[in-house]
Design a protein around this ligand. Structure first.
Ligand SMILES: [Zn+2]
Length: 308
């Protein structure tokens, strides 16, 4: 049997795994992301070691940053220094002699969810991940909407507070500045300082723990966070009328209240003509969604038609 090696390259870790041609994830692990110029060699070494156990026929890559999948190139990345402009597909092909597909990590994760995850039986959906920023994709008729130059679906850079907080994109008041995990953490730090509460090693996950414990600063910040996400998602529902909205990212995992609280808020915000019964659902593939999407694209590149 032939197998696919998949990598999900992020700013901190590179996750990797081996799939069979039916899309079953057989083994997975992760390594620390090396310096950008070392990435092709590190991936090649990992491929070589996987080849001792598996007959690999293709490589699928899900990567942070702006990606040109046709050229297998990283157009821009602000997560990994010196990564922008790397022709990763070409470099890895020359080292391994295996076909390589490369796609952006949010799109890969969304494809993974369409193929094997939470929206595998849905035609129209909206996918978002909460992290440093907000990544999002529109799914119409089981395909990701690209737009005229592949940039469709940037919910994070839609303005929800006119004249609000400055954003990395140059505008003010983008959703990303209010409803990403980084925004939650930042908001908590500011509020805690104002209230004289000591802050150390705070992350989205630790804030969610404080919310569960009923800590007042965390609760106040969390309430605003849920409000902003819900305003953003109400816009999505009114604009696209998706069957489901799927949310991924570290803080949505586990048994936290986020998904349920957003659904409650949406019931008040969304117009009555729309179906709004638990429209928001959690990612079912979680952290592995990018690997599944990378596998799907690698199989398609080899013309092993696994239809979504
Ligand atoms: Zn912005």
């Amino acid at each position: 049997m032939s197998y696919i090696a998949c990598f999900d390259i992020g700013g901190t870790f590179i996750k990797y795994g081996v799939f069979n041609p039916k899309g079953k994830l057989l083994v997975k692990s992760k390594i620390a992301t090396p310096k950008s110029h070392e990435i092709p060699d590190v991936l090649n070494n990992k491929v070589k070691s996987l080849q001792q156990d598996f007959h690999l026929t293709a490589i699928g890559i899900s990567s942070c940053g702006l990606v040109d999948p046709e050229k297998g190139m990283i157009l821009f990345s602000n997560n990994i220094l010196g990564y922008s402009g790397m022709k990763l597909g070409e470099l890895l092909f020359s080292l391994t002699q295996l076909p390589v597909s490369v796609e952006n990590d949010v799109k890969s994760a969304c494809l993974g969810e369409i193929w094997k995850g939470s929206i595998k039986d849905k035609r129209n959906a909206f996918f978002l991940t909460l992290g440093t920023g907000i990544g999002s994709s529109i799914v119409m008729d089981r395909k990701i909407v690209s737009g005229s130059s592949r940039f469709a679906g940037e919910l994070g850079h839609t303005v929800i507070v006119v004249g609000g907080k400055p954003c990395s994109c140059g505008r003010k008041g983008c959703l990303e500045q209010y409803a990403s995990t980084s925004a939650l953490v930042q908001d908590y730090k500011v509020e805690a300082q104002q209230k004289g509460v000591a802050v150390k090693n705070v992350s989205g996950e630790t804030i969610m723990d404080l919310v569960k414990q009923g800590e007042p600063v965390a609760l106040a910040v969390y309430e605003r966070f849920i409000h902003y996400i819900s305003v953003g998602l109400t816009n999505v529902i009114h604009l696209l009328n998706p069957e489901k909205i799927i949310i991924g990212g570290g803080i949505t995992e586990g048994d936290g209240p986020i998904i349920q609280d957003i659904n409650l808020q949406l019931k008040n915000e969304v117009m009555d003509i729309y179906e709004k019964e638990d429209i928001v659902i959690a990612s079912s593939l979680g952290n592995d969604a990018g690997l599944y999407g990378a596998c799907y694209l690698a199989l398609n590149r080899m013309n092993i038609k696994e239809t979504v």
